[in-house]
Design a protein around this ligand. Structure first.
Ligand SMILES: [Zn+2]
Length: 300
């Protein structure tokens, strides 16, 4: 599943060529991906004729700002891809569910074999209408995240985005100490911390020297500072390499290019292979129905 670095890779690529373009058409061939709307027609009408002002991200959501103050929100789910057409004759890939065309030029396809992803147009709340921002997001001390939640109420429940919301280690400490659940659960719960999934949680925890099942309120100040630093560093490093593309998954950027960060994974998908730090074989356990990889010696 695309996580923060993969979604950010897509965002940066789209921002380079979509801003300033007008949506000419938004043709839906599988209504399931626009399921929040009454009909595909409604989704289409909310987009056509509008100019794109911005392409932002919050957690695992892409947020495309339009000239009428509404936003197109795209969540790639398990297997969603946004792919540019290479030319007018470029055949549509299998599982293409939405095709956007733009004025003056350009075509973008939403492709999703498993159809867990979704797209919807969000209208800003009317003046005076309260938006319930999550208590974790309210800990943010800056960044663009809070402003975005106020205009896209569907995203107000999201927890702290480690890159879009500015959080110092002390704010992270407040989050961790409010829970007794295992560390990995806190890191991957989108309503607490938004953007991290199975891969990056394992990599961040390895870099921090922390086990996935440590109760989150059991960390010392030094451990929290280490976790905070590793979170920012790993996510930024993964973005630099265009995200991770695994053998069994299909992540590619809008030009069809896979990510390169999988070559830097320290524990994810490395069961039985020697730890790069201490040579102890990496272990895999099933934790909350998902694989968790860790070094039994380096992480405590
Ligand atoms: Zn080790």
């Amino acid at each position: 599943m695309p996580e923060l670095p993969e979604v950010e890779t897509v965002r940066a690529s789209l921002a380079r060529d979509l801003v300033g373009k007008k949506v000419k058409s938004a043709a839906v061939t599988n209504g399931r991906v626009v399921r929040r709307h009454k009909s595909a027609k409604e989704f289409r009408a909310a987009l056509e004729g509008h100019t794109i002002k911005s392409v932002e991200r919050l957690g695992k959501n892409l947020v495309v700002g339009l000239d009428n103050a509404s936003h197109l929100v795209i969540h790639l789910g398990m297997s969603g891809q946004l792919l540019r057409a290479k030319g007018p004759k470029d055949p549509k890939p299998k599982h293409t569910h939405v095709v956007f065309t733009f004025t003056p030029a350009g075509e973008l396809r939403y492709v999703d074999p498993r159809t867990f992803g979704e797209l919807y147009v969000s209208t800003p709340p009317s003046e005076g209408e309260p938006v319930e921002i999550s208590k974790f997001a309210r800990l943010s001390i800056g960044g663009e995240g809070l402003a975005l939640r106020k205009v896209v109420p569907e995203l107000a429940h999201l927890g702290l985005d480690p890159l879009e919301d500015q959080i110092g280690w002390d704010r992270l400490a407040a989050v961790l100490r409010s829970r007794t659940t295992p560390l990995k659960t806190v890191l991957t719960d989108q309503d607490i911390i938004a953007g991290i999934g199975n891969i990056y949680a394992d990599e961040i925890l390895f870099a921090s020297g922390l086990r996935f099942d440590r109760p989150s309120d059991s960390l010392s100040t030094i451990e929290i500072r280490r976790l905070h630093r590793s979170t920012i560093e790993i996510l930024n490093e993964a973005i630099k390499h265009g995200g991770s593309t695994l053998d069994d998954e299909q992540f590619v950027d809008p030009d069809g290019k896979p990510g390169g960060y999988q070559a830097f994974h320290q524990v994810y998908n490395r069961e039985g292979l020697p730890c790069f730090e201490c040579r102890t074989p990496i272990e895999r356990v099933v934790f909350r129905q998902r694989s968790t990889f860790f070094c039994p010696k380096c992480q405590s």
